[in-house]
Design a protein around this ligand. Structure first.
Ligand SMILES: NC(=O)c1ccc[n+]([C@@H]2O[C@H](COP(=O)([O-])OP(=O)(O)OC[C@H]3O[C@@H](n4cnc5c(N)ncnc54)[C@H](O)[C@@H]3O)[C@@H](O)[C@H]2O)c1
Length: 274
């Protein structure tokens, strides 16, 4: 048992999660806390960040929630100083702020030529810049420490074309590329104890896609059924199913793993559909 405990040990590690008020970060934060990490939930929605932290405290964990905008580098630097003064270091960064918006997708009665360029820019900025800027700010701390783990969140949309989903797909492809690029840069310049990896969740019901995939009565929409047909496990993911993969990537068990994008998708990305 001690062998396993040491392999996955993250006790006392300081973990910063952006988008901490969201569905997936709440679950991953809770999991990391149960494994002994101290959790800092950052979200542009301060109430959501504090609420998520409160839930973790309720489970007996150490957690705080702070307001922070992943698109504002000065704000991120200010928050970093607050975290460092309270916790002294940053060991883990999970970049979970992200999402889609209707204007950046092509509705069934429209074509790509109708896309809203403003919304396209917003989605690209949130998902790509919103991953890059926190990685620069907290990555700098990790570089000084000569240790740390960054976990990004990519998507199935980065691996295979999902019809209608333009801006989000482009941005998540950039997140996958950034994961690989930063992994190389940080390992070469700052040593093998800094690693950068990503998870690529398949289809999990979250705030951004609930209405797209399920009807109010819980049955699948036409698109929801298409996703299920392309998922060999024939179901959507449950947020808690992301925790083990993140724990693996941020612990010593993955000490020689950097630059990977790990699909957690019930087989969606490997299945041709035939
Ligand atoms: N749910 C899924 O099926 C799924 C699949 C693949 C990837 N993802 C990705 O996982 C991540 C989390 O998804 P989720 O389902 O938990 O989404 P969510 O909408 O529940 O959470 C996203 C959080 O980000 C916050 N946020 C938005 N803009 C911000 C900003 N500028 N600064 C700081 N915080 C900001 C929101 O307030 C929200 O709390 C996203 O990157 C999403 O694209 C989700």
């Amino acid at each position: 048992m001690n062998y396993l405990k040491d392999l996955f040990k993250i006790e006392g590690k300081v973990a910063v999660l952006t988008g901490g008020g969201g569905v997936l970060a709440a679950e991953i934060g809770s999991g990391l806390s149960k494994a002994g990490a101290k959790i800092i939930m950052l979200d542009i929605n301060e109430d959501a960040a504090k609420e998520a932290a409160k839930k973790i405290q309720g489970q007996g964990g150490t957690a705080i929630g702070l307001k922070s905008n992943v698109l504002d580098i000065d704000d991120l630097k200010k928050v970093r100083e607050e975290i460092l003064s309270q916790f002294g270091r940053v060991d883990i960064l999970l970049n979970a702020a992200g999402g889609n918006m209707p204007g950046a997708t092509i509705s069934p009665d429209k074509t790509v030529f109708d896309v809203n360029i403003g919304d396209l820019d917003k989605v690209t900025a949130l998902n790509y810049n919103g991953t890059l800027l926190p990685s620069l700010v907290f990555g700098e701390t990790m570089a000084k420490q000569k240790s740390g783990n960054i976990i990004n969140i990519s998507s199935m949309a980065a691996m295979q074309t999902l019809t209608r989903v333009l801006g989000y797909s482009v941005a998540k492809a950039a997140v996958s590329n950034l994961t690989s690029w930063l992994a190389v840069e940080l390992a070469i310049k700052f040593g093998s104890k800094i690693r950068v990896n990503a998870i690529a969740p398949g289809f999990f019901i979250g705030n951004q896609n609930r209405a797209l995939l399920t009807n109010p009565d819980g049955s699948y929409t036409e698109r929801g059924q298409q996703v299920i047909n392309k998922t060999p496990m024939r179901r959507f993911g449950e947020a808690h199913e992301l925790v083990g993969a993140v724990l693996f990537l941020v612990s010593e068990s993955a000490s020689f793993v950097t630059g990977v994008v790990l699909p957690i998708d019930g087989g969606f990305s490997t299945y041709s559909g035939v």
